[in-house]
Design a protein around this ligand. Structure first.
Ligand SMILES: Cc1cc2nc3c(=O)[nH]c(=O)nc-3n(C[C@H](O)[C@H](O)[C@H](O)COP(=O)(O)O)c2cc1C
Length: 306
């Protein structure tokens, strides 16, 4: 209870103390943020996407600031699944909800990762990153092709008994179709959106600002796109949605809940304020209290259309 409000939500079988998670790739492996925030104050976090082997990312420059946003092409730099399971998970307090994110270049990689991660009781759920906008092989290829996405989700579904979230790419024409494909293939929930494929140019050097040329745009610049997609997907499927994209303030998170999201993830905001997740969670509870909602869950899908 916060401000007399029951803040708990159930996301695809994962019990969360409140609906505010932090997003993969923007919150490390959790422990990096414990000096700034009690990790128990947020609903949980999605760890940086993992691959079977450790992986280094793109050379710099791989991050740039853009109007109301951030452009990145990190390219899934990570410590690999074994170091995550053997070292990083053990450093986290027991009451922190951890969702692990999988990334690979084949459906078999993703399935193997999910099976390995499922052996840990500390992993509350698995998120499939089928949507990285700037990795040449894997990621976006799966997220943009309904047939590949169906196969990928089906393979991972067969490999894990844990709650399974599929993270959707916004870089598609029909987000509702991709959502339906994931639901039919056995996903328990959907996370959306990943970053929007984008680029920026430095006119003095006449070069792209990122070494990779293309990157993913995140932050407030993409929020209205993300809201539109969450709204459309909420009409198309009956599995729960975790809304992501440009959430900086409690009001931003509430917009996603009203459009049908059961929970949200905070990404780029963590770079501006490492305690953003906690402050947003508190603000959502205060809003519910101020507007007479006994439960934060009462806000889900509450958009008024007339
Ligand atoms: C620097 C950076 C790294 C990211 N790395 C990952 C990643 O490893 N896996 C993933 O699924 N999403 C990754 N994302 C995407 C975020 O999880 C999120 O979907 C996206 O940034 C939109 O949310 P935001 O506008 O709140 O940042 C990354 C985003 C940023 C900015």
């Amino acid at each position: 209870m916060t401000d007399g409000v029951d803040t708990r939500v159930n996301l695809a079988g994962i019990e969360l103390r409140n609906p505010v998670l932090t997003a993969s790739g923007t919150f490390g492996y959790g422990t990096e943020f414990s000096p700034f925030m009690d990790l128990g104050a947020i609903g949980g976090f999605v760890a940086k996407s993992l691959t079977l082997e450790p992986r280094s990312g793109n050379p710099p420059p791989r991050i740039a600031e853009t109007p109301s946003g951030m452009l990145n092409a990190i390219s899934i730099e990570n410590i690999g699944v074994e170091a995550f399971l053997g070292e990083r998970l053990a450093e986290l307090p027991d009451d922190v909800v951890v969702i692990a994110s999988c990334f690979g270049t084949s459906a078999g990689d993703y399935a193997e990762l999910a099976a390995r991660l499922s052996e840990s009781p500390r992993v509350a759920g698995i998120e499939i990153n089928a949507s990285c906008p700037h990795v040449k092989s894997g990621g976006i290829e799966f997220g943009q092709d309904p047939g590949l996405l169906e196969e990928l989700v089906g393979r991972v579904r067969a490999a894990t008994p844990k709650p399974l979230l599929a993270k959707l790419s916004p870089n598609v024409t029909r987000i509702d179709e991709m959502a339906r494909v994931c639901e039919a293939a056995g996903a328990d929930g959907l996370s959306l959106i990943n970053a929007v494929q984008a680029m920026e140019v430095d006119v003095e050097t006449r070069r792209p600002v990122l070494s990779n040329v293309l990157g993913g745009l995140s932050g407030p610049a993409i929020r209205p796109i993300a809201l539109r997609m969450v709204w459309q997907v909420a009409q198309a499927v009956s599995i729960p949605i975790c809304g992501i994209g440009g959430i900086i303030t409690p009001d931003d998170a509430i917009k996603f809940l009203l459009c049908g999201a059961t929970a949200v993830q905070v990404g780029t905001a963590n770079y501006l304020n490492p305690a953003a997740g906690r402050e947003i969670a508190e603000g959502v509870a205060q809003y519910a209290s101020r507007h007479g909602f006994p439960r934060v869950a009462d806000l889900i899908g509450g958009l008024r259309l007339s």
